[in-house]
Design a binder for this molecule. Structure first.
Ligand SMILES: *Cc1c(COP(=O)(O)O)cnc(C)c1O
Length: 355
């Protein structure tokens, strides 16, 4: 069985990419920053642009140190492998990216098991966490890490409140566990909550930011934590092939995104609200209220599965992603304007009626 992605049908152009906030293309300004970047050998510590990015992100997240990695998935896997030992159990929301979307990485790489916690919209409570903690015994796996996803992707791009995070971290730390934050969209949460990223993640022992989502860089994520943690994590970065050479070209794109694209996130949230309002008026479509840049919706009322509706939209030049049988997702990002949102709503209305 091939696991390769199906080749995109380039003969049917997509004019409005809502399938993911990873669909952003580097802007001319970003490409220029990449071309101007001073580079060296990242894994030998001689790439100044990578150090600059890591220092920026460490400061932004209020952590001692940071490392540049090719992807958010690798940030999660390096963090788990560094914090845990094979046979450990980690606790995460049952819909977490780490659980369902990373190819079984926690089991394959860190050798840990994931215990899924329930909770509305991708967020679980401190009580739910406390109830999932077993008494220490040689019969049960050591529970060593608690994972939170900010924003909760499958939960609907929902934000953990600072208070909710603090309560979960208090339980985790009281039981001797570390807290790891999948911060793929942490800056979206910071904008939506109007709290700093450092404040949101202050009780997290490790946390990372993705630069390929709404921030619009072509590649890269940065994992942050204590100097000891990052120092230890370097072995896993090396082991997984995540050490780079002239990584500075990509780091420069990420630094550019911090300087120029964070402000656009607020606009994405406004556009998401507008899209949800527009879609909410389409017969047969049930929209979940967005908190950030992700708009999830149910297609059941149109008589079409999410996949059938997505295929119909794709033929009309709009892409959305399929979450499950009836649930689909539209993402707002740098390359989607307010005018494109209006156009997308009109196209969705036509597609829903044609069902
Ligand atoms: C996209 C995503 C990841 C993985 O990031 P990549 O850079 O695509 O590897 C992890 N967690 C969440 C919540 C994500 O949305």
């Amino acid at each position: 069985m091939s696991h390769a992605p199906k080749r995109f049908d380039f003969s049917v152009p997509v004019r409005i990419h809502l399938s993911s906030d990873t669909q952003t293309k580097p802007t001319p300004g970003m490409k220029e920053a990449m071309m101007r970047a001073e580079v060296g050998d990242e894994q030998a510590g001689s790439d100044p642009s990578v150090w600059e990015l890591c220092d920026r992100v460490a400061a932004l997240l209020g952590k001692e140190a940071a490392m540049f990695l090719p992807s958010g998935t690798m940030c999660n896997q390096v963090a788990l492998a560094t914090h845990c030992r094979p046979g450990d159990e980690i606790l995460a929301h049952e819909d977490a990216h780490i659980q369902g979307t990373e190819g079984g990485g926690p089991g394959a790489i860190a050798g840990v098991m994931v215990k899924g916690l329930a909770g509305a919209r991708g967020v679980y409570s401190a009580e739910t966490l406390e109830e999932a903690i077993r008494p220490v015994s040689r019969y049960s796996p050591p529970q060593t890490l608690v994972e939170v996803e900010q924003t909760a992707n499958k939960g609907g791009g929902t934000c953990w409140s600072v208070e909710g995070l603090d309560a979960v971290a208090e339980v985790a730390h009281r039981h001797g566990m570390v807290v790891h934050m999948d911060g793929a969209r942490l800056l979206n949460a910071a904008v939506a909550l109007d709290r700093s990223a450092a404040e949101i993640s202050k009780n997290c022992d490790s946390v990372w930011l993705d630069f390929t989502k709404g921030l619009g860089a072509p590649l890269g994520a940065v994992l942050a934590g204590s100097s000891d943690f990052i120092g230890e994590a370097w072995r896993w970065k090396q082991r997984l092939g995540g050490s780079m050479r002239q990584g500075g070209m990509n780091a420069a794109a990420c630094t550019y995104a911090l300087d120029h694209h964070v402000e656009k996130l607020a606009e994405d949230h406004v556009n998401a609200a507008a899209l949800a309002r527009g879609m909410g008026a389409i017969p047969g479509i049930a929209v979940e209220d967005p908190e950030t840049n992700l708009v999830f919706f149910d297609t059941k009322g149109t008589g079409m599965t999410a996949a059938a509706f997505a295929a119909k939209l794709r033929g009309l030049g709009v892409s959305v992603s399929v979450s499950d049988t009836w649930r689909a997702r539209a993402c707002l990002h740098l390359d989607v304007t307010a005018a494109m949102v209006d156009e997308a709503v009109a196209i969705m209305r036509a597609a829903a009626a044609a069902g």
